[in-house]
Every structure is written in structure tokens, then in C-alpha cells.
Design a protein around this ligand. Structure first.
Ligand code: MCA
Ligand code: AMP
Length: 505
């Protein structure tokens, strides 16, 4: 397999801007020098962790690992000790790449640390170590993702998945080396890291990272030459709110070539508000940590707000009923076949070079994720519209919550809550939220009914153990959890049960 980043070795791109974070930036030649030097130091390591702050160092560290053919495990710098302990125990990295000067908490601080040096270099493209693996199935990244129960699983993403998904998106979006992307997404997930950083680098294009998402940052960058914006629906919702008064933002968004939303559904109301204020439509694409990108609305196709478009080139998509019957699929040329009436619901199953290879150390979970004939079960429920566009209508598992574009398993939070001494029983659900899509709600039976813990204390407890985005935003107290004869919690009956209990919202 050829290099993931042809622009790093091509003399013609040497002086072009590659990465910009705040007032720090690197050209392709400078990136090749920094990442190449680091790659040489990583050669022979089995796996490395990356302390994934939103910084140049994270981007350089990940590119270096890819050049060295050493799988990288991005870590959320806001993860708590419990979550970090699990990820390090499971993935066993031999060192951690970090931004110089940044303090690493336990247990990450127990690892050998290599500071990522980002230095300017001459304009000549340096020789890169020729260690990029030829094998398309070689693991490139291990990205941790939540399931309904238990701790997060490490999805092993091969090199071919990164190459094929980024090239398919280039086709769907007419993404070229002339594009300049702006985003403020975190760098420890597929969206911000693979699409948002590796995407532009594969095209020989530029990315400007905001450090932290803000409407002002979007206005500034789109107003000064950036052409594309990536964001989660919460970000577009906040832009739609800001657009009511902010004419500069409207002008900047109106001038963009491409606005892309993903990681969760963007409500049609927000699509409409943004288009009304800017004249631009937002394009949605649909993906998953395990599959990278599956479908997208195409820039050369019809605007289809409320849908996630059509299968990307090379990706097989089908809708399957509970009993295994295929409802709809697509011909090789993308024409839908079967029942595509916009009403018949089935689970989305996918196959293609974009897929992960396995959950690390979890052959049981890997096997369960695939059908007998080798299709990956996404757990997302959808219909195919008469024009062939996929419309997601829900999820199979009610115990998966999408909040701010992050996938969060209810079981993981329940386990963390149960570790708090003032909690006797706990259940976690998601409720609709205008800003976050869904908000995490904790239903708590206190150990002492007369002295329930404060809601903030429970939120802090979860934020410290797991990560701040997994903290409950609402806490409701009950005297007991509704259960069936088998002792299973009846989550649908929780609102009725809480009505009978004292409230401490
Ligand atoms: C608040 N904070 C706390 C606590 N409460 N810290 C510790 N303890 C607490 N109790 C801190 C947070 O750490 C954060 O710190 C700040 O307060 C605000 O936190 P939060 O309320 O969680 O943030 P928000 O403003 O609500 O964030 C909205 C957001 C965010 C920016 C949209 O949700 C986000 O970045 N989402 C992106 C998700 C994403 O990338 N998903 C991709 C995965 P500080 O101020 O320091 O930040 S999905 C994927 O990859 C698939 C393939 C796909 O399809 O894309
Ligand atoms: P994650 O496991 O964090 O990578 O999240 C993947 C999940 O995000 C998918 O299974 C979908 O449920 C959801 N998702 C991603 N993109 C979209 C989209 N455009 N519309 C609706 N849901 C989406």
C-alpha cells in the first residue's frame, strides 16, 4: 500500500501550509521534518499512546506513529483515572507522546514519556523513514468507543480504512488540496482526528484548528480563507442560535464551500435556520468509530436535509429486518434495490475497506458485531427514501446515549455511580436536549433516603472517574428502581416511579 500522506514526500507541496493551531503552524516540509524525526525514534515500538490535546503536537505525534507503522492510541486528556487505567491496561502502549510541559496524570505518568518536538525546518523535503507498512490491514490507530455495558472497547483501525474513507469523502465532497478546513473538534475520536486532521493531510490541504470551538473562531477562519467546516450537531445548533444576531457569522458561513455535520443527527430545524440565514446548506455524513464513514450527502447531488445521503464509493450498505431479511441494498453503481419506500425500517449493516478489524483483546465482542455472512451490525435503524438516501430513524440499543456527538454507554456510568458510597442503586438514560441532542439523566436510589448526595457531587464523581462529557446533567432521586420479575430495571417506567419519590433536581 502506498503512503497515507503523499503530500509529505512530494516536493511540490513542501511550502504549502499543512497544520495551524492558534498562532502556530507547520508547512508540509516542516511537518515532514518534525514527524519524520519522531517516527525514527518510534521505529520498533509495538504501540504508542498519544496524549491528545488539541495541539500541533498531537497531530505531529499521530502522523509520526503512522509513518513509523506503529499503532497509536489517542487518549482523551480529560479522561479520569478509572478510564485511563482501563485503556492503558487494555492497549499496553510502550510510551506516551505528549506536548512538552503538559503534566500527565496517573496512570499515564507511569509510562515512558516522549515529548513531541515541533520545530521549524528548512524548505527542503527531508527523507522520511521508509517504515510505513505495505500491508493495508496493518493497524494504524486504536480508538476507544463505548458500548452499552462495560468499559470502552478499543476499535483497531487499519491503514486501508483510513485511506479508503478519506478518498471516498474526497469523491463525495470534491475535497482537494486547495481546501482549507476549520474545526474545533477533540482529537481523540474519528471525527476530529481522522476526518479533521488526517483528511486534509491526505489531500495535501490545510487545516486550522480552533483549539476550542466558538462562533467567533468560525467567523474569523471562514472569513480569512478557510473553505470547509466540520462540526457535530451541537456546534451547528450553537451557530444557528448565534446567527440570529451575528451578521458577520452569516457572511462567513455563506462564503464557505462546504459545511459538514456528523456524529449525530442534525435536526431539520437547525438545517433550515442555517440555510435561511446563510444561503448555504449543511451536508450530513454518517459514520461510526468501527466503520469510519459509510454514507454522505454528495455535493454534486440533491440537498437532502434529514438524511445522511447515499453509500460512499466502495462501501456496501444494506438494511436488515430483525429476522435477518434484507429490506434494501444498493447495486454496484449505487442504485437502491428492494424496499426503499421511506417507511420500512431495518438495521443498517455495512461491509467494505472502511471497517475496523477487531476490538482489541475482545474476540467475543468482535464476533458478535458481525453477521454470519460478514456484515458489520451498526445498531442504527433507518429507512431508505425513494431517491436512495438513507434516513436514520433511531437506534437498536436504548442504553447508548449520544450527547454533544459523543457516544456514551449507560452501563459505564451506572457502574461509576454505584461506586459512590451514597448511591444504593443507579440507572442512566438519555433525554432529548436542544443543545446536546441527548442529555444524560441519572436515576438514583440513595443509600440514606434522608441524606441523598448532591447532584453536583455525583456529576463530579463521574467526571473524575470517567470523563466530563459522561457526567449526568440531571439527577433524579427515587425510593426504588422499577424492576420486572427477573430483577431487570424497567427504564421506561422510571418517570412514573420518580413521580412518587421526593424531588431533588
Ligand atoms: C464541566 N466540566 C467539568 C465538569 N463539568 N470538568 C470536571 N468535572 C465536572 N463536573 C468542564 C468540561 O471538562 C469542559 O472543560 C467544560 O467544563 C464544558 O464541558 P461540557 O459541558 O461537557 O462541554 P460542552 O460545552 O457541553 O461541549 C459541547 C461540545 C462537545 C463542544 C459540542 O460536546 C464536543 O466537543 N463534542 C464533540 C464530540 C465528538 O467529537 N464526537 C466524535 C465521536 P473545558 O472548558 O476545559 O473544555 S463520533 C465519531 O467520531 C463518529 C465516527 C462520527 O460519526 O463522527
Ligand atoms: P461513535 O461510536 O462515537 O463513533 O458514534 C457512531 C454513531 O453516531 C453511529 O452509530 C450513529 O448512531 C451516530 N451518527 C454518526 N453520524 C450520524 C449522523 N449524521 N446522523 C445520525 N447519527 C449519526
Amino acid at each position: 500500500m502506498s503512503s497515507l500522506f503523499p503530500a509529505l514526500v512530494s516536493g511540490s507541496t513542501a511550502r504549502r501550509p499543512a497544520l495551524r493551531f492558534g498562532d502556530r503552524s507547520l508547512t508540509y516540509a516542516e511537518l515532514a521534518a518534525s514527524a519524520g524525526a519522531l517516527a525514527a525514534r518510534l521505529d520498533g515500538r509495538e504501540r504508542v499512546a498519544v496524549w491528545a490535546t488539541p495541539s500541533l503536537e498531537t497531530a505531529v505525534g499521530v502522523v509520526a506513529a503512522l509513518l513509523a507503522g506503529v499503532p497509536a492510541v489517542p487518549l482523551n486528556p480529560k479522561s479520569g483515572e478509572g478510564e485511563l487505567g482501563h485503556i492503558l491496561g487494555d492497549s499496553a502502549p510502550s510510551l506516551v507522546l505528549a506536548e512538552p510541559g503538559v503534566e500527565l496524570p496517573s496512570p499515564v505518568s507511569d509510562l515512558e514519556r516522549v515529548d513531541v518536538q515541533v520545530g521549524a525546518a528548512g524548505q527542503e523535503t527531508p527523507a522520511l523513514p521508509g517504515t510505513e507498512p505495505d500491508d493495508p490491514a496493518a493497524p494504524a490507530l486504536v480508538v476507544y468507543t463505548s458500548g452499552t455495558t462495560g468499559p470502552p472497547k478499543g476499535a483497531v483501525i487499519p491503514r486501508r480504512a483510513i485511506a479508503s474513507t478519506l478518498d471516498a469523502l474526497a469523491d463525495a465532497w470534491q475535497w482537494t488540496g486547495d481546501d482549507v478546513l476549520v474545526h474545533g473538534l477533540p482529537l481523540f475520536h474519528v471525527h476530529g482526528l481522522i476526518l479533521g486532521i488526517l483528511g486534509p493531510l491526505r489531500r495535501g490541504a490545510a487545516v486550522r484548528h480552533l483549539g476550542r470551538f466558538s462562533a467567533e473562531g468560525v467567523t474569523r477562519e471562514l472569513g480569512t480563507g478557510a473553505t470547509m467546516l466540520f462540526g457535530v450537531p451541537t456546534m451547528y445548533h450553537r451557530l444557528a442560535e448565534a446567527l440570529v444576531e451575528d451578521t458577520e457569522l452569516a457572511k462567513a458561513l455563506g462564503g464557505a464551500r462546504l459545511l459538514v455535520s456528523g456524529s449525530a443527527a442534525l435536526p431539520v430545524h437547525d438545517h433550515e435556520r442555517i440555510t435561511a440565514a446563510t444561503g448555504r446548506r449543511v451536508v450530513e455524513r454518517y459514520g461510526m468509530t468501527e466503520t469510519l464513514m459509510n454514507t454522505s450527502v454528495r455535493v454534486d447531488g440533491e440537498p437532502r436535509p434529514g438524511t445522511v445521503g447515499v453509500p460512499l464509493p466502495g462501501v456496501d450498505v444494506r438494511l436488515v429486518e430483525e429476522d435477518g431479511t434484507t429490506i434494501a441494498s444498493y447495486d454496484a453503481d449505487g442504485t437502491p434495490t428492494g424496499t426503499y419506500d421511506g417507511e420500512t425500517v431495518g438495521e443498517i449493516q455495512v461491509r467494505g475497506p472502511n471497517l475496523f478489524t477487531e476490538y482489541l483483546n475482545r474476540p467475543d465482542a468482535t464476533a458478535a458485531a458481525f453477521t454470519e455472512d460478514g456484515w458489520f451490525r451498526t445498531g442504527d435503524m433507518a429507512v431508505v427514501d425513494p431517491d436512495g438516501a438513507v434516513r436514520i430513524v433511531g437506534r437498536k440499543a436504548t442504553d447508548l446515549i449520544k450527547s454533544g456527538g459523543y457516544k456514551i454507554g449507560a452501563g459505564e456510568i451506572e457502574n461509576a455511580l454505584l461506586e459512590h458510597p451514597a448511591v444504593r442503586e443507579a440507572a442512566v438514560t438519555g433525554e432529548p436536549d436542544e443543545d446536546l441532542g441527548e442529555r444524560i439523566v441519572a436515576w438514583i436510589v440513595p443509600a440514606d433516603p434522608d441524606a441523598p448526595p448532591a447532584a453536583e457531587e455525583l456529576a463530579d464523581h463521574v467526571a473524575r472517574r470517567l470523563a466530563p462529557h459522561k457526567r449526568p446533567r440531571t439527577v433524579r432521586f427515587l425510593t426504588s428502581l422499577p424492576r420486572n420479575d427477573m430483577g431487570k430495571i424497567l427504564k421506561r417506567a422510571l418517570p412514573d416511579a420518580v413521580a412518587k419519590a421526593p424531588k431533588h433536581d
